[in-house]
Design a protein around this ligand. Sequence first.
Ligand code: UT7
Length: 321
Amino acid sequence: MARIIGTGSCMPRNVVTNKSMESYVDTSDEWIVSRTGIKERYISEKDENTGDLGYGAAVEALRDAGIGPMDLDYIIVATTTPHSLVPNTSCYIQGKLGAMNAACFDINAACTGFIYGLEIAQSLLNLKDKEYVLVIGTEVLSKITDFGDRSTCVLFGDGAGAAVLRKGEGILGIVTGADGTKGECLSTGDFAVSNILAGVNESKNLISMDGKEVYKFAVNILPLALEKALEKSDMKAEELDHIIPHQANVRIIESAAKRLHLPLDKFYMNIERTGNTSAASIAIALDEMNKKGLLKMGDKVSMVGFGGGLTYGAICMEWTM
Ligand code: UT7
């Protein structure tokens, strides 16, 4: 049993518009907007990294939850672009927070990482003596993006989002899964992590993607995962007040809405301003909704994602803040 009691987010300083991308890659604002819905994204500078963005999101989430760093039992960081291999990004953030009672570990489930993190947090909160878990999704995807490849570089952005979970009723059902046979559709070279560490951008170690295959997987799995989570939660789709999908492509979200026979305005979207921030995407969107006061006590909220691996996951919960 677990519920979300606070959220936060932190974005890099620098915003890169589609228009400015036209200067270094053969693309156009018109193509990017019509094919993806993205208008701009945040791109980290050399001095902005996964750990510091995650820390910024964590500070906000703790403040929103009204607890201190020493209250945390665990910090789980979901990331594809870790701050370093050792120490893990979670320990880095723990050190900065001074959350000295927290055990710390990272997970990588690409864009589904935040949902995987929530599932793990929920399980940990079933332990008798554990009360609070901080789950952070944080990425600097730009540091493993090939800015010469127009089919991927226009899609991704950087940022971090976080949620504090506490023992109690809120989360109704979670579903996670993967299909490793499709792993090659979205992959990095073997040395992507060393790129991040060195702050270099060498094309042989960067993200490559078969966009069409990922698209096919996404339009199928998004409604399927959501339906499974609804079933687990003993709920019907029409009972949902809000759906927070992974922000990868407006067309994928539109297709899911159609397949689920749900109005598109129930799907929260910020992709226009953020691009695809992988493990951070759903967490950032959740925090935006919370800050804007869009989530009311008792609302039925779902979050659903898919990504590299290929992975997928969905969660249904009652908003209890
Ligand atoms: O978190 C999970 C991460 N990944 C995803 O969610 C990706 C899922 N896939 C997608 O969102 C879409 O497949 C893309 C947005 C990546 C691509 O859209 P598409 O409608 O499938 O385009 P396409 O790959 O079929 O390309 C159509 C054309 C091609 O030109 P030709 O061969 O028809 O002459 C591409 O070379 O568009 C071209 N193209 C571009 N043109 C301008 C590809 N990227 C660009 C670009 N600007 N940035």
